[in-house]
Write a protein that binds this ligand. Structure first.
Ligand code: NAP
Ligand code: ZN
Length: 356
């Protein structure tokens, strides 16, 4: 059966080298358990940029046209007849996933992000309409209620949007690796993910050290909650921290020397990659062997954990530091993101789509 559809305004790119531009896309009318969300704000994640430019072609090639965006906050505008969790007007959110099979061991463990049939918010096959899923650079989106999150009412919607990717991606590995009171935690790269990592590690009462390539971010790092900030090009400053970290979160989006950070871990320390540079990193086996150190990766977080993270943010008043822009500035924002020229996340005000 083909679902009925409606038209929605959006921004899309038609090739790896084209700019994002105004378009109209089809969305399905909400079926049984679907929620239609009028999008208020959508954050700009570096993954949007990697995808639009097909930088991850080896791992997940981009299908065009692409409508990126997976840091979505909005209001419930319509619900399907079987929806029980949400009603019209609720402040809700959608992150990087919109579906999974619900039956595999990963789904049963609340780890939908590792489900082999997980459907990404954009650039995944769309089983309802054919083609590929379209993300949050749009006036609305239709999502199964299981993948819809509730936003605590005390949080500013524009600043809450980045929690749906930058937030959960940094919160989840900190929980997994036991970041608590008194642990020494490093955050590599002070961008969208990095600045959220600092806020979470600080809220968990860890001793937080930021490693940045941008000397002008040092002061901000301390304001955001870091106890120390190190400019990573300064070899002497780096040396002072050798062998001392329990946990390091690497959020860097481009090629870099990860060994410089592995060597800062203590015995049994862990460094987790959440940054996803297109090129492979060089890892000397000896750096891991000598102190039984480990290197791992982490992908966003499950739905239950995402709600837990949002509730944690509500309780601790944590949101992203955002620069709100109209969608017409999105191409300029991508150029600035590449230069690390944003403090610390762009959030698109979707009301700006109305004039398109
Ligand atoms: P972002 O805002 O651009 O931040 C990345 C930061 O990395 C920059 O602010 C910069 O920090 C540092 N950096 C950039 N280029 C560098 C270079 N050549 N050498 C060293 N440091 C450099 O990006 P983001 O949105 O936080 O995303 C970061 C990465 O995480 C991206 O690759 C993204 O695709 C990935 N990601 C992964 C997941 C997941 O589930 N694993 C989820 C979301 C995003 P300084 O100026 O402080 O040095
Ligand atoms: Zn993201």
């Amino acid at each position: 059966m083909h679902p009925t559809t409606y038209n929605a305004k959006a921004y899309s790119a038609v090739s790896a080298t084209s700019r994002l531009a105004s378009t109209k896309i089809k969305r399905r009318d909400p079926a049984e358990r679907d929620v239609q969300i009028e999008i208020l704000f959508c954050g700009i994640c570096h993954s949007d940029l990697h995808s639009v430019r097909n930088e991850w072609s080896e791992f997940m090639a981009t299908n065009y046209p692409i409508v990126p965006g997976h840091e979505i906050v909005g209001r419930v505008a319509r619900v399907g007849p079987a929806v029980t969790k949400y009603k019209l007007g609720d402040l809700v959110a959608v992150g990087c996933m919109v579906d999974s099979d619900g039956t595999c061991p990963n789904c049963k463990a609340g780890l939908e992000q590792f489900c082999p049939n997980m459907v990404l918010t954009f650039n995944s096959p769309d089983e309802h309409l054919g083609g590929f899923t379209y993300g949050g650079y749009s006036e609305s989106i239709v999502v199964d209620e299981h993948f819809v999150l509730r936003v605590p009412s005390n949080l500013n919607p524009a600043a809450a949007a980045p929690l749906l990717c930058a937030g959960i991606t940094t919160y989840s590995p900190m929980h997994h690796w036991g970041v608590t009171n008194g642990k020494k935690v490093g955050v590599v790269g002070l961008g969208g993910l990095g600045h959220m990592a600092v806020k979470f590690a600080d809220a968990l009462s860890a001793h937080v050290v930021v490693f940045t390539t941008s000397p002008n971010k040092k002061e901000d790092a301390l304001r955001l909650g870091a106890d120390e900030a190190v400019v990573s090009r300064n070899a002497d400053e780096m040396k002072k921290h050798a062998g001392s970290f329990d946990f390091i979160l690497d959020t860097v989006s481009a090629d870099h020397d990860i060994n410089a950070y592995i060597s800062l871990l203590r015995r049994d320390g862990n460094i987790t990659m959440v940054g996803a540079p297109a090129e492979p990193l060089r890892v000397p086996a000896f750096s891991l062997i000598v102190r039984r150190r480990s290197l791992s990766g982490s992908a966003i977080g499950g739905i239950a954990e995402t709600q837990e993270m949002l509730d944690f943010c509500g309780a601790h008043n944590i949101t992203a530091d955002v620069e709100v822009i109209p969608i017409q500035k999105v191409n300029e924002a991508y150029e600035r993101l590449l230069k690390s020229d944003v403090k610390y996340r762009f959030s698109i005000d979707m009301a700006s789509l109305k004039s398109e």
